[in-house]
Design a protein around this ligand. Structure first.
Ligand SMILES: CC(C)(COP(=O)(O)OP(=O)(O)OC[C@H]1O[C@@H](n2cnc3c(N)ncnc32)[C@H](O)[C@@H]1OP(=O)(O)O)[C@@H](O)C(=O)NCCC(=O)NCCS
Length: 187
């Protein structure tokens, strides 16, 4: 499959409640069983373990340039454990390292919170995500039969233990973390 390897720059920063509509539309475009607005809202505002990052890129609009959300990542840090929850990148900008950069930023935040291992579940048929996580250093540790619905499908359980910064991309991530003055560490 051909894909655009141009590595456009983007910023990774904490999500804010005002970003919810844009995140929801990305969520709905990327998943067959998307999280609802209410679920996203409670992760963003009501879950003490949840952290939420967005990847933003400048793009042309009728009024000039505007910043658009091209990816997002929700992850939990539960004591020593990083749990990667939802990770999504707009289809038109995939294979440019944005998914890796979002996950890598989650690793950085988790290591700063003294997390020591990382876990996730992914649909068995989700080859892009499984490749991404494997590239980052996750290994498959089990399956959960018929765990997902719409469509019914097994979950593959993946783990990285101990948690270390991923070494997948040798040419560096395309995204700058934090934006002008916002630190993702405060999430
Ligand atoms: C999974 C997803 C987040 C990856 O985002 P991305 O920005 O395209 O990922 P990256 O560019 O960082 O890819 C990193 C590596 O993952 C692997 N990968 C990503 N997409 C792939 C694909 N379609 N086929 C094979 N490998 C793929 C490759 O090894 C890639 O490295 P390379 O491009 O140097 O070969 C994106 O495909 C997506 O949003 N999918 C829909 C939502 C989803 O399934 N989320 C994950 C489950 S929570």
């Amino acid at each position: 499959m051909t894909h655009d390897r141009t590595r456009l720059s983007c910023d990774i920063r904490p999500a804010t409640p005002e970003m919810l509509p844009e995140i929801l539309s990305l969520e709905e475009a990327c998943f067959s069983s998307p999280w609802t607005r209410k679920m996203l809202e409670s992760e963003l505002m009501g879950n003490q373990f949840a952290h939420f990052l967005v990847a933003m890129q400048q793009e042309a609009s009728s009024t000039g340039e505007k910043s658009a959300i091209v990816g997002y990542h929700c992850f939990w840090i539960v004591f020593e454990e990083l749990r990667l929850m939802n990770l999504a990148v707009r289809e038109s900008v995939r294979r440019q390292g944005i998914g890796t950069a979002l996950a890598a930023e989650a690793f950085r935040v988790a290591l700063n919170h003294a997390a020591t291992r990382a876990v996730l579940e992914v649909r068995a048929s989700n080859t892009p995500a499984r490749f991404l996580y494997t590239t980052m250093g996750f290994i498959q540790v089990g399956t959960r039969p018929q765990y997902y619905s719409n469509p019914l499908e097994d979950a593959v359980l993946m783990e990285m233990n101990p948690l270390v910064m991923p070494s997948g991309r040798q040419n560096g991530p395309p995204c700058r973390a934090g934006g002008e003055s916002t630190s993702t560490d405060s999430l």
